[in-house]
Design a binder for this molecule. Sequence first.
Ligand SMILES: NC(=O)c1ccc[n+]([C@@H]2O[C@H](COP(=O)([O-])OP(=O)(O)OC[C@H]3O[C@@H](n4cnc5c(N)ncnc54)[C@H](OP(=O)(O)O)[C@@H]3O)[C@@H](O)[C@H]2O)c1
Length: 280
Amino acid sequence: MSQRTIVITGASDGIGAAAARKLAARGERLLLIGRSPEKLAAVADPIGAESYAADFEHLDQVRAAAAWVRERTDRIDVLANNAGGVFAEYKITGDGNERTMQVNHYAGFLFTNLLIDILTASKATIVNTSSVGAHAFGNIEMSDLDYTKKYKVMKAYGDSKLANILFAKGLDSRYHDQGLSAVAIHPGNISSNFGKETGNAMMKFIYKTPLARMLSKPESGADNLIWLMDGTPGVTWTSGQYYDEHRKPLKKPNPQQNDAGLADALWAESARRVGLPVAA
Ligand SMILES: NC(=O)c1ccc[n+]([C@@H]2O[C@H](COP(=O)([O-])OP(=O)(O)OC[C@H]3O[C@@H](n4cnc5c(N)ncnc54)[C@H](OP(=O)(O)O)[C@@H]3O)[C@@H](O)[C@H]2O)c1
């Protein structure tokens, strides 16, 4: 396989960092985005990857990250929208959005759309790291995306991960006929830095106690992402689909996952929130 240009967000730790190391070992060109400049450099420098630090709690930094990518390449073969987290404290960002939804969904939505001309021209694959949480906790209410009535940590996380799936479907319906493919996956339950900022007792129990030793390694989650990056859309996997950690579509998905009206409403609202014109 000839060298590809691969952009990964959330590359400074966990699954994204493991994927970056594996892909670098094969000689792919990597453009890595992470929040912490120090952690990002510690991943990127030893593998010779280019990197840019941006905190997705600030949409201006997302715009700057997209501009940084643009300055470096006119070809993107793969974009992995992988940055994400679970956040204990309720917060409205300076951009006016609930933080979980902004970091996990609106930021990736903006970043992707700012690069969409390059992505379509490259007939790219876009891989969104979603989660089983989309099905366990997700129930998007378009009338209260900022959780003004009540903030529940895991519902916000589940909604944001459901949004990752709906975004992949929205990209597929808008751009697949131009050669772009988009897909979402649950990477597996992975022992990483994930859950550090959660105040949720169940998440702490799973990720911050000796039980974490039972979880899979970040490399295993990376392998699931790389399976999609290496696959052939329409042959090994289907654009617009969501895959579980066994690389299979769900038999009983959250009904919202396949709600095309919701996908369109979320697309329009996400575009409004990040200041992009709404695509038809
Ligand atoms: N671990 C699991 O069991 C699991 C299960 C299902 C889905 N996932 C998903 O997998 C993805 C990667 O998670 P992980 O397990 O690898 O966790 P991780 O080790 O905590 O890595 C998360 C990555 O996201 C970045 N990030 C977090 N907040 C950010 C922000 N405000 N702005 C920019 N980047 C930010 C982090 O940057 P810094 O390190 O620089 O702060 C880091 O690179 C997430 O989307 C998560 O929802 C994980």
